[in-house]
Every structure is written in C-alpha cells, then in structure tokens.
Design a protein around this ligand. Structure first.
Ligand code: NDP
Length: 444
C-alpha cells in the first residue's frame, strides 16, 4: 500500500485522532527507503499490522471527591505491540487525554522501546483525570479506582506501565498499593516505583539525563559540547527538571523553564539553590512556575512558550506540538544549533523540516527521550533477579544506551541515504527489529 492509501486507511479507521495520524505519517514516510529494499515487509503487511493496536482497553473510573460527590473519568490502556517484549509505556493523567493521544504515544513507544536494545514492547495508557488542584486523598481514590480495572490487564510478563505527564512517584505509589492488594503478590508490574519498594535508583533522573546525553552525542558530531552553551527548556516537570540539572553538570546554562501558564527567563542560569527551589515548588507544593520569578526577581512571561529566547540549544520537555513553524524560524534566526525532544512529539512536522533544512541538529523524541523507558527496563531487570544496582551503575548503563541509540540512528540514516537525519534514522532502526520479529512470529 502506498503512503497516501495507507494514511487514508488509518484516518478512516481512526477518525478525528489527529495526533495519531501525525505520528503514523512520520514513521511511514521515514521507512520508505527500507520498504523499497525489503519487499518482504510489504508482503507480510507489516505497516498495516503495526498501525492496528493488538488490544485497546477503555474503562470507567468512578471516584469520590473530598466533598462526597461522585466523579467519573475515562481510563485507557493500549497494548500496541508485543513483538519484542511485554507491552511497556507510561500512564498520562491530563484533561487533554483521549484515545488519539494515547494511540500516538503508544505507537511511538513501539519504536522507542526497540531503540533501547531491551526486550520491551510498546503500550501506553492514562486518563482524562486532572491531578492539578486535587488533594492527595482524591488522587489516591482516583488511582485506586483506576487500578481496580487496570490490574486484570497487566502483569510483569504482560504489560508494565510507568509514569508520564501527571503521573509521578505519588501516583505510582497509590497505583502499586492497589495492585498489590488486588493480586496479593509483590511483583514488578509498574516502573518508577519508590526506592524502598523495588524502584531503581536514577529512574527519576533518567529521561532528562538521557535526553541531555543524547544531545551531547549530537553536538559531538560537530566536535562541540554543552560547555558554554545557553539552553532553553520548556516544561518544569520530571523531564525538564533533570535535563536542566544534567545540562548544568555538562557545562551549559539553562535560562528558561515553563508550565502551561507561561515561562520564566533567568539570564544567570537555573542551577544550585534555584534548581532545588523548582523541585520543591513543582514536586512538593505543586505550585506554578511564576513563583520562581516572584522569588528570584526575574522575568515571567504569561501565556507564552520560551522559544523566542535566544539560545544555542533548545530542549522541549513539556508536551506535544509545542514548537510550531514560526517558533522554529525564530529559533533558527536566533542562532540555535541543536533541538532535542525531551517531550513526546513536541515539534510540529513543518518545524522539524525547517530545522533539518537549516542544518540544525535535531534529536527526535523516540531516540532522545528513550532514556526513561530504558531505565524502566533496567528497573524490571533488577526486579526479576531481586537486586538493586547503585546510582552510578544505572547512570552508566543509561549513558551507554543513549550513546548506542544515537549511533544506531546515525548509522541507519547513513545506510539508507539520509546521512545526519536522525528522524529517519531512529524510525528505521526502531522499525527493523520489530518488523523482523513480527515476521518470525507468523501472522498473529
Ligand atoms: P510532568 O507532568 O512531570 O511535567 C509536565 C510539564 O509540562 C509541566 O511543566 C506541565 O505544566 C507542562 N505541560 C503539560 N501539558 C502542557 C500543555 N498542554 N501546554 C504547556 N505545558 C504543558 O511530565 P513529564 O516531565 O514526565 O513529561 C513531559 C514530557 O516528556 C511528556 O511529553 C512526556 O510524554 C514525555 N516523556 C516523559 C517520560 C518520563 O519518564 N516522565 C519519558 C519519556 C517521555 P503544568 O504543570 O502547567 O501542566
């Protein structure tokens, strides 16, 4: 099936799911050089099978708020592809969540997980529940209700969820507590767990650190590094926080962070006690990033994203579709030399093209932010053998995985005639392993 017919088919079967269409289109276009060389993928209908999830679960999540009113949310888990391992991918709790968002994330996850080199398949889940402004007890009751349905679909060798937007250590704790109560087993069914109960050291840091290691590899291809670079970051959640810390450790200066209300600009750099303030603000008090500006007397720009701020490197770490073409043009005009996606699909396709056409190093999400799920894979491995590695050991493994992902993506791009294009390289490298495994397993 050619690209156009395949996309028409995907759109007809998944109407209105625009984020999913966007994610599929990028992969389908990227793997064309492979399909031309390997007609067996067409014969075995690999793409047609890949774009259809193995299983989609949608369920009611009723819970009681602090005033005694009953609330009803919708829960999702999409078990997309298990060709190379148990389904693996995070849970997102955000009011924007609907099936199209979960499907785009689950589809991306297939190739990202393949790139890590670990035996993990692709899945994703979540709910339109908004943890913002809810009390801990409300979040707990919601998580318990969510898991009361999800538990029957997941398992250490079947499907292993983790966190994503709106699902951090607190939520994973409540979800795990309910799972354990229901199945009466202490097992590795979630990752991002607390260190006292099976979590891995460095999992919290992994996505942000990994994205930064990946960007460092990109810079190395131009004999460059983070030293002395000015870096803009969007978001101020888990990924943004640890990307900021690692950039600082590698010699760069992070000048922006944001949330869905606006961004702060600190020309002196967000590090040390200022960085600790962000962690306390976002992870404990769950406040707004504008409080940083109040506290340290720096600029706060309400309702805007940080991409107008001059920088050498930009790391979008908030959410999907947060860099459009105009913003890409501004970044290029301001001299930005590298953009690497800590978030999933933060750059619109036309903005990606603009970066690549203008020689900006571009790190696509499924490669750049794979450090989170890779370390989740390491958490599963530690759980399976019942040991706990040191922080240094996990960090070293993570670093090596990111170096490998960069090399494999670079090599695949070169081999298929697109030297330096990591979007195409990552898609191809991720695709091949899954496609070959699907052929090995027959028509299932
Ligand atoms: P968090 O919930 O910890 O933080 C999300 C951040 O993004 C917050 O600052 C939030 O602001 C902001 N944000 C969320 N939605 C929007 C929006 N619509 N517009 C503007 N800002 C928004 O999530 P994570 O840091 O875990 O995730 C960030 C991104 O990284 C996501 O794309 C996620 O899929 C991706 N990712 C995460 C991994 C992980 O291990 N956590 C692994 C791989 C990818 P506010 O508080 O105002 O909502």
């Amino acid at each position: 099936m050619d690209i156009e017919r395949l996309m028409d088919w995907v759109i007809a079967k998944n109407p209105g799911e625009k984020e999913y269409h966007q994610a599929v289109k990028e992969v389908v276009e990227s793997v064309q050089p492979v399909l031309k060389k390997h007609p067996e993928y067409e014969r075995f209908k690999i793409l047609e099978r890949m774009v259809e999830p193995e299983r989609q679960i949608m369920f009611r999540v009723p819970w009681m708020d602090d005033s005694g009113d009953i609330q009803v949310n919708r829960g999702f888990r999409i078990e997309f592809n298990s060709a190379i391992g148990p389904y693996k991918g995070g849970l997102r709790f955000h009011p924007s969540v609907y099936i199209g968002i979960i499907k785009f994330l689950g589809f991306e996850q297939i190739f990202k997980n393949s790139l890590t080199g670990l035996p993990i398949g692709g899945g994703k889940g979540g709910s339109d529940f908004d943890p913002k402004g809810k009390s801990d007890m409300e979040v707990m009751r919601f998580c318990q209700s969510f898991m009361s349905e999800l538990f029957r679909h997941i398992g250490p060798l079947t499907d292993v969820p983790a966190g994503d937007i709106g699902v951090g250590g607190r939520e994973i704790g409540y979800l795990y507590g309910q799972y354990k109560k229901l199945v009466n087993r202490f097992e590795s069914v979630l990752t991002g767990k607390g260190i006292n109960w099976g979590g891995s050291l460095a999992r919290t840091e992994a996505t942000g650190y990994g994205a930064t290691y990946f960007t460092e590899e990109m810079l190395k291809t131009r004999k460059d590094s983070f030293k002395g670079k000015t870096v803009t970051i969007s978001g101020s959640g888990n990924v943004a926080q640890y990307a900021a810390q690692k950039v600082y450790q590698l010699g760069g200066k992070v000048v922006t962070l944001s949330d869905s209300s606006g961004y702060i600009y600190d020309p002196d750099g967000i590090a040390g006690d200022k960085w600790k303030f962000v962690l306390e603000l976002k992870n404990m008090r769950r406040g707004r990033i504008s409080e940083y500006a109040d506290k340290f007397g720096v600029e706060y720009v309400a309702g805007k994203r940080p991409w107008g701020t001059p920088c050498d490197v930009a790391l979008p770490c908030a959410t999907q579709n947060e860099i459009n073409l105009d913003e890409a043009k501004t970044l290029v005009n301001n001299g930005c030399i590298a953009v690497s996606e800590g978030a999933n699909m933060p750059t619109l396709p036309e903005a990606v093209d603009h970066f690549i056409e203008n020689g900006v190093l571009f790190g696509p999400a499924k490669a750049a932010n794979a450090g989170g799920v890779a370390t989740s894979g390491l958490e599963m491995a530690q759980n399976h053998v019942g040991i706990a590695w040191t922080f240094e050991k996990v960090d070293q493994e993570l670093h090596q995985i990111m170096v490998n992902i960069h090399k494999n993506s670079w090599d695949a791009a070169e081999k298929y005639g697109h030297k330096g294009n990591l979007v195409i390289g990552a898609n191809i490298a991720g695709f091949l392993k899954v496609a070959d495994s699907m052929i090995d397993h027959g028509i299932v």
